[in-house]
Design a protein around this ligand. Structure first.
Ligand code: BGC
Length: 718
């Protein structure tokens, strides 16, 4: 529709109709029978007339249902303004990919983009218009269950993956391409930093840290054209995001130049009451509208009070008009006025969901997301070895992880079956855990005694991570640790394969197991690829995007922490008055960027094209990487920068570039990175982003701890 037509439509809308557009309800409101008003309608006090005016639906999917709901709705909606359908398509729709924290371990934006494109294709055919993804909340605390939905602890990796996800979902033309979705970046802002890792808890970030570390992921998604932003539940500077004018108007709209639709999180407008900022729904609605929230997800506050609010205060009309205009524009951008059903098509849905091509991409994603954390010459398994598979995840379909709402466990492979298929007949024995607990001396234990290697498939259940799944202990469940301890007594090589949604405290596991494979929740295709990693058909290449602590007491733990006045270094083991723990090393067990391969790589000292640079110069960094093994393998080469003297305390290192390279046996490849002034800037006390003249250390290596470095000098002038 042309802008003029859209304007004409807008001008015809009554106040009531405008208010309706700002309300979002779940799809089940449209399942009510005609006779009684019960359940969700009653709770939110929504009438049948309201239902003919509301603007959008969340969570309803399936081409047939969506076509039915839209058809019925359009019969009743006076101006024929179609409904928008939104859903949480977080790591795949029906073909489920590894959880985002796993996908991030691929350090492969192009692959991540492909997964988003496939998720869009599947869900667009099922009638979805907008996905509540990407979630780009920076995270540092593995107690928070939602770390599984994020891409980890680093701003730069976050930015690269945020851009990739938005490109994958949205493509280049939402109006013409009905296989794509509008992307909603969330949760703005800082939701990933709740105190003590407790979901929905207070967030208290300094403005420096908020701006330097936390905002850049959202900004990247916005710059890539994300159509929607979701405000977060948490406070920023003491005010919940949903009612925070400074955050949403000054920062998001003005500074970050976001002009799309802003949606609240679930019932978050009401939560302004529980936060103690509003005494009733009406006040809450005023605060949210004043802050610039366009759509009220599931609180009812806008629906019930905006008319009254506008009638009492004329200045609020303009805010409502702006919100409604943005919503209509999004509907128009999606081509809904021309085709209210858009991609919803049962035949297409049938062909697209869980198609062989989509599953191929999922397998590729699993291949690159698995992280080999430890390998004491125990993996890959050898052809003539007798292998025992044990552990609660060996025959479990609980491999999809949280937020896989349309994934089907029935379509999910089992590790036992997958490993059986990869190994020679008779090579694999499946042993039940109870055999171990019934006493290793029972006759059922014979397979264990005869094994050459034992593989224990362990981990968390899906519900243990995700929303409202904070934990104070982040070890494996106790019975699983006990199982490992018992198995260790057999004196056999022991491999732990882990399926989980957060960095775990693996200190015990790392002492007991000779090999550790971090498989995350790998999705529908996960088991087969995990089996192939075990046999060596797939050579692991994933690298952690979040540090694994030695102990939960270390969290929040992250590689890019600030320099302190009393840094603890390895040569100061005997000094007390340093920033150190008495009972545990400061370092993580497995650092950011870490991951092993069946190949081995060595790095040359990095070199630079010159040693002194002006701010206009490009810094060209070169490093030679050698595959020192007889196996073809992939390495993620990482470049970090440290500003040695600055006006604000700097992180000890910051990721600025990375490259995934594949090397034949004994091949040497030169990797070139180019840095510009932007890579050396930070937020100065006067509020400007700029770089300082002086020394910078440039570090290149295979993870955030093992790097080689070179120092350069930045000068103000030629
Ligand atoms: C979550 C969001 C999600 C929304 C809709 C909320 O509880 O915080 O991430 O998109 O529900 O399902």
């Amino acid at each position: 529709m042309e802008r003029k037509q859209l304007q004409a439509l807008f001008d015809e809308m009554t106040l009531e109709e405008k208010v309706g557009q700002t309300m979002q309800l779940t799809g089940n409101f449209f399942d009510q029978s005609d006779s009684a008003i019960t359940g969700p309608m009653e709770e939110l006090n929504v009438s049948r007339e309201d239902l003919s005016r509301i603007g959008s639906i969340l969570g309803g999917t399936g081409a047939a249902d969506i076509r039915r709901i839209q058809t019925e709705y359009l019969k009743k909606n006076r101006l024929g303004i179609p409904l928008l359908f939104m859903a949480d398509v977080i790591h795949g729709y029906r073909t489920i990919y590894p959880i985002p924290l796993g996908l991030a371990s691929s350090w492969n934006p192009a692959l991540v983009e492909q997964t988003a494109e496939v998720a869009a294709k599947e869900s667009a055919a099922a009638g979805v218009h907008v996905t509540f993804s990407p979630m780009v909340d920076l995270v540092r605390d593995a107690r928070w269950g939602r770390v599984m939905e994020t891409t980890g602890e680093d701003p730069y990796l976050n930015e690269e993956l945020a851009r990739a996800l938005v490109r994958g979902y949205q493509g280049t033309d939402l109006q013409m391409d009905d296989t794509r979705l509008a992307a909603c970046v969330k949760h703005f802002a800082g939701y990933g930093a709740p105190n003590a890792g407790l979901d929905y808890n207070t967030v208290d970030l300094s403005e420096q840290v908020l701006r330097e570390q936390y905002l850049s992921g959202y900004q990247a998604a916005i710059d890539e054209g994300a159509k929607m932003v979701m405000a977060s539940f948490n406070t920023i500077k003491g005010i919940p995001a949903t009612g925070n004018k400074w955050l949403l108007k000054e920062v998001l709209r003005k500074e970050m130049k976001f002009d799309g639709v802003l949606i609240s999180d679930w019932a978050a407008i009401n939560e302004l009451i529980a936060h103690g900022l509003a005494s009733n729904q009406k006040e809450a609605a005023i605060q949210a509208l004043q802050a610039g929230v366009d759509i009220d997800m599931m609180s009812g506050a806008y629906l019930h009070y905006l008319e009254e609010i506008v009638e009492e205060d004329e200045s609020m009309r303009k805010l409502l008009d702006e919100a409604v205009w943005r919503i209509l524009q999004l509907k128009n951008d999606l081509g809904l006025f021309e085709n209210p059903f858009r991609g919803a098509d049962e035949e297409r849905e049938q062909a697209e969901l869980f198609s062989p091509q989509n599953r191929d991409i999922a397998r590729k994603a699993v291949e690159e997301s698995i992280v080999l954390l430890k390998n004491n010459q125990v993996l890959p398994l050898e052809e003539n070895q007798k292998v025992v598979l044990i552990g609660s995840k060996k025959n479990s379909r609980d491999l999809l992880g949280s937020w896989s709402l349309n994934g089907q466990e029935a379509e999910t492979q089992l590790l036992a079956e997958a490993l059986q298929a990869e190994l020679a007949p008779g090579q694999l024995k499946i042993v039940e855990e109870k055999t171990v607990f019934n006493g290793l001396y029972s006759y059922q234990a014979a397979d264990l005694y005869q094994a050459d290697v034992i593989v224990a498939a362990l981990g968390e259940e899906s519900f243990m991570s995700g929303e409202a799944a904070s934990k104070s202990q982040i070890t494996l469940p106790a019975d699983q640790l006990l199982l490992l301890q018992e198995l260790k007594k057999l004196g056999k090589p022991l491999v732990a394969v882990l399926f989980n949604g957060r960095p775990l405290d693996l200190s015990d596991v790392s002492l007991l197991a000779d090999g550790i494979v971090e498989a995350w929740f790998p999705g529908t295709e996960g088991a087969q690829v995990v089996a192939q990693v075990l046999t060596g058909r797939v050579n692991p290449s994933g690298k952690l995007s979040m540090s694994f602590p030695r102990h939960v007491g270390q969290v929040p733990i992250y590689y890019n922490h600030h320099s302190t006045g009393r840094p603890f270094t390895r040569d100061k083991q005997d000094e007390k008055y340093l920033s150190r723990y008495l009972d545990v090393d400061n370092s993580p067990l497995y650092p950011f960027g870490f991951g092993l391969s069946y190949s081995s790589f060595s790095y040359s000292q990095p070199t630079v094209n010159q040693s002194t640079f002006t701010k206009e110069d490009e810094v060209v960094v070169r490093v030679a990487v050698t595959n020192t093994s007889e196996r073809k393998g992939t390495e993620v080469v990482q470049l970090y920068v440290h500003d040695k003297i600055a006006q604000v305390v700097r992180p000890i290192k910051e990721l600025k570039r990375f490259a995934r390279i594949t090397l034949e046996p004994n091949e040497v490849q030169e990797v070139t990175f180019r840095l510009q002034e932007d890579d050396f800037t930070y937020l100065h006390p006067d509020g400007t982003w700029s770089s300082d003249a002086g020394e910078f250390e440039i570090m290149v290596g295979s993870n955030s701890e093992e790097t080689e470095s070179v120092t350069i000098q930045l000068t103000n002038s030629n």
